[in-house]
Ligand binder design. Structure first.
Ligand code: GLN
Length: 534
């Protein structure tokens, strides 16, 4: 097995996740089986307890593991589903070590940092073995030079010591172009490599991120100062279309340099479909205007696009495939509350996943507007639950109908808590305890979703505590809201869809998590198709 470590330097947010995903795609296209592994420096055991508005989207894998958004990039670029073996937070690593110590598995020895680095190496090897991979691609979270990720780098150093010919390190660095100087500066990049030297790591390849392509004189200087060959300094300028990044790397010779260093031969070059998709992104001229309604705020460095990245990507995958460029507008639900007419002109409306009671009335108002004005509506998880609440209130006439998440005392509990979830909440057992991961659903014959999926049984990813209250099933169906997807035992409502509407679908799951550029999600395709007709 071969190992590639990927680190970042100078600043955070230079696109390490996308770069790692691109490398994974390129090595797969070259004929190798790749297992990506994200090593996150934080002490949270998983990403489930983190606020998406401060830390970006919580992604969910088939086996229910809650992760950061990079796992989403990996899956989308690789076109493969990953699992818990592909993610390790420092918290989960410490937890394993401490649990082993409590179980007397260290035979009376004292337990220290070496046991932690050994556990890190074990996770790396497990990631590779589980996938029978040729290459494990380890992305080290954080930035070179900080304390947080030093143990990951130490594990890298130790593995390199043991398997000299099988381990390489790719460092993604940044060359700023300060406005007042107008020229690219290489000093911070030199310093970030020096930060790696300080922990015993000499990078083999440098990805030079910058606004523009790195020029020859700076390449020379950087090479001289870092000991990295010029050919191993790969330009990585800003791009408009992220799907071009792997193609740019391929062109710049990155795949060949990596293979050479790992003493591997290229078996194939299989990028045809990726090129085609990238071309369709550049060629899509007609726009389709989609409004995403929510209560929006952000804390720290993250933006809304980080909090809902999978929704945005799923819209792009479906849009570009159909020849449309999705134009996404974030609509504050508070503003919809004041005047729902602000939704006029949108060709499709989405209410995405969410938690709590913040500004849900505006979201319900937006759903009402979409239903009454026959604007395509797509409700994702909370967006499905609130669509059910809206229908109960305004079609069935059930006054103050609600979800018990917002109003536990409501007379008409349209959405209520799942019994096992209630117990967990009472026990204050929050981490990893929602209904998580992939679950099967059966689709109703003759329904719109069955037609869109083209099959009767699907598997989709979930992350929720509340569910549709089956007592209302009959009333809903009698009045035109079809229960078009349920769990195989029929007990959980997974999809609702409105009859006589161009597209009004709510899913209890998150379809966006399974959409990939080369296999866009059928429901997003249907939504974009309907929106493009408006
Ligand atoms: N808050 C809702 C629940 O827990 C919906 C969750 C979501 O949108 N992911 O059931």
């Amino acid at each position: 097995m071969k190992y590639i470590f990927v680190s970042g330097g100078v600043i955070s947010g230079i696109g390490k996740g996308i770069a790692t995903s691109s490398i994974a795609l390129l090595l797969k296209a070259a004929g190798y089986k790749v297992a990506p592994l994200k090593m996150d420096p934080y002490l949270n055991v998983d990403a489930g307890t983190m606020n998406p508005f401060a830390h970006g989207e919580t992604f969910v894998l088939d086996d229910g593991r809650e992760t950061d958004q990079d796992l989403g990039h990996y899956e989308r670029f690789l076109g493969e589903s990953l699992n818990s073996n592909n993610i390790a937070t420092q918290g989960s690593i410490y937890l394993s070590v401490i649990q082993k110590e409590r179980n007397l598995e260290y035979d009376g020895d004292y337990v220290d940092i070496h046991n932690v680095t050994q556990e890190i190496i074990k996770r790396i090897q497990t990631a590779g073995q589980a996938k029978k991979a040729d290459i494990v691609l380890v992305e080290i979270g954080g930035t070179a030079g900080e304390y947080q990720n030093v143990l990951f780098l130490e594990a890298n150093r130790l593995l390199k010591l043991k398997k000299h010919n099988d381990v390489i390190h790719v460092h993604i660095t940044y060359l700023p172009i300060p406005g007042n100087l107008g020229e690219m500066k290489s000093k911070p990049a030199q310093m970030s490599v020096r930060d790696l030297h300080a922990v015993g790591i000499q990078p083999d390849i440098l990805l030079a991120r910058s606004e523009k392509s790195i020029d020859e004189p700076r390449k020379k200087r950087l090479s001289l100062n870092t000991g990295i060959e010029e050919e191993d300094i790969i330009p990585s300028p800003d791009v408009k279309n992220i799907y071009e990044i792997p193609l740019n790397y391929e062109e710049a010779g990155l795949t060949d340099r990596i293979l050479r260093k790992l003493k591997l031969k290229r078996k194939t070059t299989d990028l045809k479909e990726w090129r085609q998709f990238t071309k369709s992104v550049n060629e899509a001229k007609k726009t389709v205007k989609i409004g995403i309604v929510g209560k929006y705020f952000s804390i720290g460095d993250f933006t809304l696009s980080d909090s809902y990245i999978s929704v945005i990507e799923a819209l792009k995958h479906a849009g570009y495939t159909k020849g449309f460029k999705p134009e996404i507008t974030w609509i504050d639900s508070g503003k919809v509350m004041e005047d729902p007419k602000i939704l006029k002109g949108f060709q499709g409306i989405i209410v995405p996943g969410g938690f709590g009671s913040r500004d849900i009335e505006g979201k319900i108002e937006a759903i009402k507007y979409a239903r009454e004005n026959k604007i395509p509506y797509f409700g994702l998880c909370y967006g499905m639950q609130l669509a059910a609440v809206e229908f109960a209130r305004n079609v069935l006439g059930l006054e103050n109908a609600n979800t018990t998440e917002v109003n536990p005392k409501t007379k008409h509990k349209i959405i209520h808590i799942m019994p096992d979830q209630e117990k967990k909440l009472l026990e204050k057992d929050y981490g990893g305890t929602m209904r998580l991961g992939a679950w099967d659903a059966l689709l109703k014959e003759g329904s719109k979703v069955r037609k869109l999926y083209g099959k009767a049984e699907v598997s989709e990813r979930h992350r929720h505590r509340y569910e549709f209250n089956n007592n209302f099933k009959k009333d809903f169906e009698k009045n035109g809201m079809v229960i078009s997807g349920t769990s195989p035992d029929g007990r959980l409502v997974e999809i609702i869809e409105l009859e006589g509407h161009p597209f009004f679908i709510g899913t209890q799951f998150h379809p966006e998590l399974k959409s990939r550029p080369l296999s866009p999600h059928p429901l997003f395709l249907g939504f974009i198709q309907a929106a493009s007709n408006v």
